[in-house]
Design a protein around this ligand. Structure first.
Ligand code: 5GP
Length: 186
């Protein structure tokens, strides 16, 4: 039996959350991934409504004030939030729901929905995470430093999560997450 459940995936920037979610959804298309709203500008290749819903600050603030966001947080000067309605609809329809959000967001979901399962994706080591972030080559050194400082803080909070999955091997980590979400394998 597939159990409808809310799973929150968090972890430091660069740890591979995006790749992990992609693998799990390729194997299990029934997993519904929340599309966050954000005030940051779209990156090349991103489409409104797919990776994010891109909104201006006024619309974001309106949604937050109206209680339309399950959680929200600011990150690198932009606001991010999870629209509440679609999450509740998917859970009510019996679909497994996955949120890929940051630590502050995970804490808010825990408070709002105590039954949610909180999964922390950890790098094999801090040095390995630093290597991955530098190797990505998409950010200037000052921004990499900010991300690493934030990663250190996030990694110190892994005890707050129900489960820690170490991303040393993408397929193995995906299998772990599939098991945690109790997804049927047919
Ligand atoms: P990026 O701008 O690189 O796509 O995401 C930056 C950070 O924002 C990532 O750590 C990501 O997990 C987090 N994030 C994305 N969407 C949300 C959201 O809806 N809520 C919260 N709290 N964090 C989010």
């Amino acid at each position: 039996m597939t159990q409808a459940r809310l799973t929150v995936l968090s972890g430091p920037s660069g740890v591979g959350k995006g790749s992990l979610v992609r693998v799990v959804r390729e194997q299990h298309p029934q997993v519904w991934l929340s599309v966050s709203v954000t005030t940051r500008a779209p990156r090349p290749g991103e489409t409104d409504g797919v990776e994010y819903r891109f909104v201006d600050q006024a619309e974001f603030d309106r949604m937050a004030a109206a209680g339309e966001l399950l959680e929200h947080d600011a990150h690198m000067g932009a606001s991010y939030g999870t629209p509440r309605g679609p999450v509740e609809e998917q859970l009510a329809a019996g679909n497994p729901v996955l949120l890929e959000i940051d630590l502050m967001g995970a804490r808010q979901v825990r408070a709002a929905m105590p039954d949610a399962q909180l999964v922390f994706l950890a790098p094999p080591s801090f040095d390995e995470l630093a290597r991955r972030l530098v190797g990505r080559g998409t950010e200037d050194p000052a921004k990499v430093r900010v991300r690493l400082d934030r990663a250190r803080i996030e990694m110190a909070a892994e005890d707050e999560f129900d489960v820690v999955v170490v991303n040393d091997d993408l397929e193995a980590a995906a299998a772990r997450l599939v098991a945690l979400m109790e997804l049927s394998t047919d």
